[in-house]
Write a protein that binds this ligand. Structure first.
Ligand code: NAI
Length: 330
């Protein structure tokens, strides 16, 4: 039996946490032969609910689950973790300004960054899910300088998977036949879902679909707006698909992407494809040996370049707002 891996899930009493914990404990994230110890963190008002989640995890008799720690103490939660999935955050409530939500989240991610830096295992891999996901990841990176920047990422895999799903539905193919779509930029409605390099059943998506109007219009807006539509339909967030995509993100990062296949990840930008540097931007990446690298050399037309510019500008603005909030709090 392998040694169990400690996996932190913050916001574990929330919607996504509830869907994610059992998926991790079933091997969807780290593999079917890797035992896990779950470290579940939430805030004191959610402590009772967190205990309820732990009871259900025990009741599910999950063979890979080697232990569950529930806590409202960040330093206890981050102790020795090799994988950290940051789902906890402050939601936008009616009447709140964007800056107010940013201020709350920036302060959460600043303090949790310090705790991870102090207590997590060396080489910890961090995935930020909570919104604003790219900017929360950036703040975490800035406040945990000893954790290498390449170990801190954010989730745009859900948007990526949504794009795969839309193409598969449109052509009547299985989703496994659709490959190499890209989500560029921010996990927000400014993101750009791009199929120009993608294939379905080995054929370019554009040729298989033969409907440029749909690809440039309805397809893009469906992927961009999907989260909001699901909240409207369910009255709750897209927790099932977010949890599933978080597992996909981490699994591919650790175990590698299949040869010739790339996926989308929010990573610290080196300026590839003229994206602004020093922000967390979603790029096409390949993963091997536990490391990701941005796929280089893809041809970008003027239309796509304009979309990349717009989403990059939004991230630069978000960063400025986040830094302003941090300054006001210090
Ligand atoms: P939720 O409100 O059900 O759960 C959030 C949990 O975080 C709550 O239990 C809350 O008590 C906890 N929390 C708040 N502050 C905390 C702190 N300082 N430390 C630890 N836990 C804390 O929300 P849900 O639906 O689970 O979504 C979580 C986040 O994920 C939201 O920010 C949402 O916008 C985001 N999201 C991101 C997606 C992505 O693709 N990147 C997709 C869907 C949601």
């Amino acid at each position: 039996m392998k040694k169990p891996v400690k996996v932190l899930i913050t916001g574990a009493a929330g919607q996504i946490g509830y869907a994610l914990a059992p998926q991790v404990a079933r091997g969807a994230m780290l593999g079917p032969d890797q035992p896990v110890i779950l470290h579940l963190l939430d805030i004191p008002p959610a402590a009772q609910s967190l205990e309820g989640v732990k009871m259900e995890l025990i009741d599910a008799a999950l063979p890979l689950l080697a232990g569950v720690l529930t806590t409202t103490d960040v330093d206890e939660a981050t102790q020795g973790v090799e994988v950290a999935v940051m789902v906890g955050g402050f939601p936008r409530k009616a009447g709140m300004e964007r800056k107010d939500v940013m201020a709350k989240n920036v302060s959460i991610y600043k303090s949790q960054a310090s705790s991870l830096e102090k207590n997590a295992a060396q080489g910890v891999k961090v995935l930020v899910v909570a919104n604003p996901a790219n900017t929360n990841a950036l703040i975490l990176k800035e406040n945990a300088p000893s954790i290498p920047a390449e170990n801190i990422t954010c989730l745009t895999r859900l948007d990526h998977n949504r794009a795969l799903g839309q193409v598969a539905e449109k052509v009547g193919a299985r989703v496994t036949e659709v490959k190499n779509v890209i989500i560029w930029g921010n996990h927000s409605s400014s993101q750009f879902p791009d199929v120009a390099h993608g294939t379905v059943g080995g054929k370019p998506i554009k040729e298989a679909i033969e409907d440029d109007e749909w690809l440039k219009g309805e397809f893009v807006s469906t992927v961009q707006q999907r989260g909001a539509v699901i909240i409207k339909m369910r009255g709750m967030s897209s927790a099932l698909s977010a949890a599933s995509s978080a597992c996909d993100h981490m699994r591919d990062w650790i175990h590698g992407t299949p040869s010739g296949t790339f996926v989308s990840m929010g990573v610290f930008s080196d300026g590839s494809y003229n994206a602004p540097k020093d922000i967390v931007f979603s790029f096409p990446v390949e993963c091997k040996g536990g490391r990701w690298s941005i796929v280089q050399g893809l041809q970008i037309d003027d239309y796509t370049a304009g979309k990349l510019k717009a989403t990059g500008e939004e991230l630069v603005e978000e960063k400025a707002l986040a830094l302003q909030c941090l300054e006001e709090q210090s």
